[in-house]
Design a protein around this ligand. Structure first.
Ligand code: FAD
Length: 463
């Protein structure tokens, strides 16, 4: 068996693992990165990137069809068709390009990449089994970045017509009907996209609201758009199984049975940490539920064993995973660093988009903070009107006494691009006065951010 000794070994080449490897390489640490799949992990191959590619095409197709009849600004298009197999190839080409980019950066930083499955033997040793034969790796530091996987429902195991997000994103044809089980962000992003692509979409959600992690003021515009797109949303209902004739069976809370058209079923009921099948149980690591417990340096309960990314818990987001990856490599290189971010933005790429950073007004109040809230609607924003989509608003929450901003949320077209300004404001402990006094370019949607801050101060100009 081939043997390698290294300073750092990282299991998992998703955003957490590959960023840790690049940064460790930049520090001059000998680093081995192992992945059994393609570099970039869930995010790049079957998550963030392919889903946003499909969402983009779906929106383009939807817009083209929407303007076939009466266009408010006079656009006339012919019959619109979509060759979805080409869409899939285009999406795969983007993924391939980014895979290549990650491989290049790892090479550039002298990271040894091993393709294969890692099995942990102890806190310093793993075996990697891949096409190149088995390799034993001994490392001073072991970084676990094995990510997460879709949760399965006992009544609807994956296989055949029942797909996870990975299966749905690999389709080369738009199904006639799609039942989405779970109205979280993954279910609604993909459900909305497939509705725009022409599928008859139904969403079944067990709780009484869509996007249960977000407040109602933010989710209402999304609910209205789903309705306008012809998506049937059934709340307070549980999926129970499949019938042979392209039908999903479900039941409402009161027991009333439902039958929903479902050539294809997407089960999107959450993701769970990937903890099994690679010897993790050989390490006596403290857990938070099924996640690996870490401290503010991403250290586990075992010396020189570190964990980063989705395996360490919520929020399971790629940008948090990457920030942890950078941090852990710095810590291993001897830098004094801790994960002390005030703001981790969360975005829902639904229609309209939602972005949230920090506390919602009710969250702030229930943690005992007296707040002032400023809200500015896109209906009064010039840029939104010129983009023919003026739904939604920006909402800024600041402490009543010193006006330090504790939360910013927005719902509307393209608001994901405002997330960096929102995060920066909170990360730098900006006061509403700072945001209000910053000149925001005209005409942009970001002016609504400035106006929301002015609203907190009682001086909004344009409403
Ligand atoms: C459809 C979808 C859309 C998403 N959209 C967004 C979004 O818009 N924004 C966002 O921030 N997040 C999004 N996410 C979440 C995001 O993908 C994850 O938070 C992110 O990928 C986590 O990174 P990670 O490095 O922790 O794990 P992962 O990306 O899951 O990578 C883990 C890697 O470890 C490898 N691995 C596991 N075990 C072993 C082993 N024993 N040996 C070798 N290799 C192993 C796997 O092959 C995998 O490549 C989305 C997820 C999905 C499913």
């Amino acid at each position: 068996m081939q043997e390698i000794s290294t300073k750092v070994m990282i299991i998992g080449g998703g955003p957490a693992g590959y960023v840790a490897a690049i940064r460790a390489g930049q520090h001059g640490l000998s680093t081995v990165l192992v992945d059994e799949g393609r570099l970039g992990g869930t995010c790049l191959n079957v998550g963030c990137i392919p889903s946003k590619a499909i969402i983009h095409v779906a929106e383009a197709f939807h817009q083209a069809r929407a303007h076939q009849g009466a266009s408010p600004f006079g656009l006339k298009t012919g019959e619109t068709q979509l060759d979805f197999a080409t869409t899939r190839d285009w999406k795969d080409a983007i993924v391939g390009k980014l895979n290549g980019g990650v491989a290049f950066l790892l090479r550039k930083n002298k990271v040894t990449v091993l393709e294969g499955r890692a099995e942990i033997l102890d806190g310093k040793t793993c075996t990697v089994t891949g096409a190149a034969g088995p390799t034993r790796v001994r490392a001073e530091h072991l970084v676990i970045a094995t990510g997460s996987q879709p949760m399965e429902l006992a009544a609807l195991p994956f296989g055949g017509r029942v797909l996870s997000s990975t299966g749905l994103l690999a389709l080369d044809r738009v199904p006639e009907s799609l039942a989405v089980v779970g109205a979280g962000y993954i279910g609604l992003e993909l459900g909305t996209a497939f509705a725009k692509l022409g599928a008859k979409v139904s969403v079944i959600e067990a709780t009484d609201t869509i996007l249960p992690a977000w407040d109602r003021e933010l989710t209402q515009p999304v609910a209205r758009r789903l309705e306008a797109l012809g998506v049937t949303t059934v709340l307070g209902a549980r999926a129970q199984g499949l019938r042979d004739d392209a039908v999903l069976l479900a039941a409402r809370k009161d027991g009333e049975p439902l039958a929903v058209a479902a050539e294809t079923v997407l089960v999107a009921v959450g993701r769970e940490p990937r903890t099994e099948g690679f010897g993790l149980e050989r390490l006596d690591l403290d857990r938070d539920g099924n996640f690996i417990r870490i401290d503010a340096r991403c250290a586990t309960s075992m010396r020189n064993v570190w964990a980063i990314g989705d395996i360490t818990g919520e929020p399971m987001l790629a940008h948090r995973a990457m920030a942890q990856g950078e941090l852990v490599a710095d810590v291993i290189a001897g830098k004094r660093r801790i994960f002390d971010h005030n703001a981790i933005p969360a975005i829902c790429f639904t229609d309209p988009e939602i972005v949230a950073v920090g506390l919602a007004p009710d969250e702030a109040r229930s943690s005992g903070i007296a707040v002032k809230v400023g809200t500015f609607p896109f209906a009064a924003n010039g840029r939104a009107l010129t983009q023919a989509d003026d739904h939604g608003f920006v909402r800024l929450t600041a402490r009543s006494d010193d006006h330090v901003v504790v939360g910013i949320q927005a719902v509307g077209a393209h608001v994901s691009e405002l997330s960096s300004a929102f995060s920066l404001a909170i990360e730098m402990s900006a006061r509403a006065e700072d945001v209000a006094a910053t000149i925001h370019a005209h005409p942009t949607r970001s002016e609504a951010f400035q106006e929301a801050a002015l609203g907190v101060l009682g001086h909004a100009v344009h409403i």
